[in-house]
Design a protein around this ligand. Structure first.
Ligand SMILES: [Zn+2]
Length: 350
């Protein structure tokens, strides 16, 4: 991934060989090998933002860009060729025992609710006539309030400083923008796992520490607003809960978690006038959720919930536990051959 320190020669060679191997597997059709034994499956792809990761002046968190619009269109074309794209409603109907899912069912999902889901992804989805589901962090929708990672990235991008203090007391310095971007990414990872108040304390002080001032309303157009949500909803896009404030649910109390889980559901239902049936766990890795949290999601009235544990799922796995459905994280560094491998059954066992 280009968002890291310059790679040592051996690593560059390894990643070049890996790329060649991926291209070879794709071109020879090996990614389709054995797929027929995997037809009763649900492949869920997960995007965050659809935009140009190399655009000049990009000052929000670059790793959150999942695909360039051109790459996204190619990926949709690939899904159309090899999968049957279904809606969340189809999945819930099937979970309720009404009807079945087609072979090689696929779901397209987006997390957080960035504006480019409306400006870039939505027109492409309409062209393909594909449904998709966007999981909204409702406390940020239609506000100027950025996610903490975008605020941190902005501060790093605009600073004239060459060092920063980490919450663990370690001072990190950089001599070029590649190092700076890598340290920014590491700081975001270390802030993610702090208790909420402590995290907020660090984030609030960061712009000043880095000598950066932020214009009021600077982040006004980063997220979608409720009118855009309603417009997309009319055009076939579904919406799900993704909490109010995006905490990692396993790191807050169960009472607080329930407020976050129910709160985003109630808000979207109020805005759309229709039940919200699905939820996506913030961060979504195995340590970010547990059985108790899954129970809260069920208690709140959701019928399905999605993690970021990698790979497609067999339909019987989804039926067994619809509150921990796997999703495949898509990155802007993925080429189409890599996308083909990511969405292949082999990826379930990686
Ligand atoms: Zn998220």
């Amino acid at each position: 991934m280009s968002y890291s320190e310059p790679m040592p020669k051996s690593k560059t060679l390894r990643s070049r060989l890996f790329k060649q191997l991926v291209n070879f597997i794709y071109k020879t059709g090996f990614t389709r090998l054995g797929q027929k034994f995997w037809s009763k499956s649900l492949t869920v792809v997960n995007y965050h933002r659809i935009d140009d990761p190399d655009q000049l002046g990009l000052d929000s968190f670059r790793p959150n860009i999942s695909a360039h619009p051109t790459a996204f269109a190619q990926q949709m074309d690939y899904l159309g060729r090899w999968f049957n794209v279904v809606s969340l409603k189809d999945v819930v109907k099937w979970l309720n025992g009404e009807g079945c899912l087609p072979p090689y069912a696929a779901l397209i999902t987006f997390d957080d609710g960035y504006l480019d889901n409306y400006t870039q992804a939505y027109p492409i989805l309409r062209q393909c006539n594909f449904p998709a589901i966007i999981f909204l962090t409702t406390g940020h929708i239609g506000t100027d309030n950025p996610f903490f990672w975008d605020l941190v990235a902005y501060s790093f991008y605009h600073t004239g400083s060459d060092h920063v203090l980490f919450p663990n007391g370690q001072e990190r310095t950089w001599t070029n923008t590649t190092q700076r971007d890598q340290i920014c990414k590491e700081l975001i990872e270390s802030l993610k796992v702090l208790p909420d108040q402590e995290k907020q304390f660090w984030v609030n002080r960061l712009p000043e520490k880095l000598g950066v001032s932020i214009h009021q309303n600077y982040f006004r157009n980063l997220m979608i607003n409720w009118d855009q949500v309603r417009e997309m909803h009319k055009g076939g896009i579904e919406f799900g809960g993704h909490t109010i404030n995006h905490p990692i649910l396993s790191r807050i109390s169960l009472e607080q978690a329930l407020i976050e889980i129910e709160g985003s559901k109630t808000r979207i239902e109020k805005e759309l006038g229709e039940p919200v049936l699905s939820f996506a766990y913030p961060n979504g890795m195995s340590h970010d959720l547990n059985g108790k949290i899954e129970n809260l999601v069920a208690r709140a009235g959701y019928r399905a919930a999605f993690t970021l544990q990698n790979g497609p799922s067999l339909l019987r796995e989804v039926k067994q536990n619809p509150y921990a459905i796997r999703r495949i994280f898509i990155s802007h560094s993925h080429t189409l051959p890599r996308f083909a491998i990511e969405t292949c059954w082999v990826n379930r066992f990686r």
